[in-house]
Design a protein around this ligand. Structure first.
Ligand code: SAM
Length: 295
């Protein structure tokens, strides 16, 4: 392991920093208080380090994917929002999600009978289990889970399986993830959804990178009767709000009432740190400046 891996630099004191380049003119630095792993796998660059404020951090191709200080925000919201909106999800497809965090949350729903996780890079799974065991918490070993190592864009073209929920838990639209933001890919996903099924996508930092949100919005409008975005704020993802896409042909699911959401959440009898029925409903309210970028 070199002492200044890709996407890192040393400051005047000789401290090692991870540099995340969010755009031409925006960068974010995290001091590397302990470098644990840094390798370029044959699919993507992976780095794991400890930062005193963020805890343990995973970055892929120079972009933060998981930080132990706040990973629960993203994983609770990509899971409980679609599952409690739909109310009867049995079969789940996750494309990406190699850290196992979304699976961890989804497995808390007893009605979920199977989760197929399609991950392109086995290295992410292996070292997520090793370095981030508290993210997956054994979810890979759950009897309801089936892990497929493949490119999600090929899997959705070839599978004959159907699903009630498809989560695109991808990295940002660079490298192997880029294909997961295309109309062709969403079209293939739409054909795999059962009646009333839901698709949820990681759609990036809406305020500073509105393009993927806009293109996903255009695709969803062409493919589904109801679609929109909900927002989360994850401190480790600098750049403001992250948008999560939500699309379905079922109007009631799309705009589930809060009384039903509260009843379903109470019946789950789980403790969450970010998700609540009120956050669920409120997260779909977009500030005008973001709504305008998507319109
Ligand atoms: N964004 C999540 C979060 O913020 O917590 C974590 C993202 S998860 C680590 C992203 C995963 O998508 C990675 O494991 C990466 O290997 C996987 N991936 C990227 N492109 C893919 C593709 N075309 N098919 C399947 N998996 C893919």
């Amino acid at each position: 392991m070199t002492d200044t891996p890709k996407h890192t630099y040393r400051d005047a004191n000789g401290d090692l920093w991870f540099r995340e380049s969010l755009s031409e003119g925006i960068g974010n630095g995290l001091r590397i208080d302990k470098l644990l792993y840094a390798e370029a796998s044959d699919v993507q660059d992976l780095i794991v380090f400890e930062n005193n404020e963020n805890g343990r951090v995973l970055a892929i191709d120079g972009l933060v994917q998981v930080s132990m200080a706040d990973e629960f925000i993203y994983h609770e919201m990509v899971s409980h929002v679609p599952l409690l909106s739909h109310g009867a999800v049995k079969r789940v497809l996750i494309v990406g999600g190699g850290d196992g965090g979304a699976m961890r949350e989804m497995l808390k729903h007893k009605g979920v009978e199977s989760i197929t996780l399609v991950e392109i890079d086995p290295d992410v799974i292996e070292f997520s289990k090793k370095w981030f065991p508290d993210v997956s918490q054994g979810s890979f070993e759950d009897s309801r889970v089936n892990v497929v190592i493949a490119d999600g864009s090929k899997y959705v073209e070839e599978t004959t399986d159907t699903f009630d929920l498809i989560l695109i838990d991808s990295s940002d639209p660079v490298g192997p993830s880029a294909v997961l933001f295309t109309r062709e890919f969403y079209t293939a996903c739409s054909k795999l959804l059962n009646e009333g099924g839901v698709i949820v996508t990681q759609s990036g930092l809406a305020a500073i990178h509105p393009e993927p949100v806009k293109s996903t919005s255009d695709s969803f409008k062409a493919l589904f009767a109801h679609s929109g975005f909900y927002l989360i704020c994850v401190p480790a993802f600098s750049g403001g709000f992250m948008a999560l896409g939500f699309a379905t042909n079922d109007g009631a699911t799309f705009d589930r009432d809060i009384v039903t959401i509260r009843e379903r959440f109470a019946a789950l009898n789980i403790k969450t740190k970010y998700y609540s029925p009120e956050i669920h409903k409120g997260s779909f309210a977009l500030p005008p400046y973001i709504a305008e970028k998507i319109a």
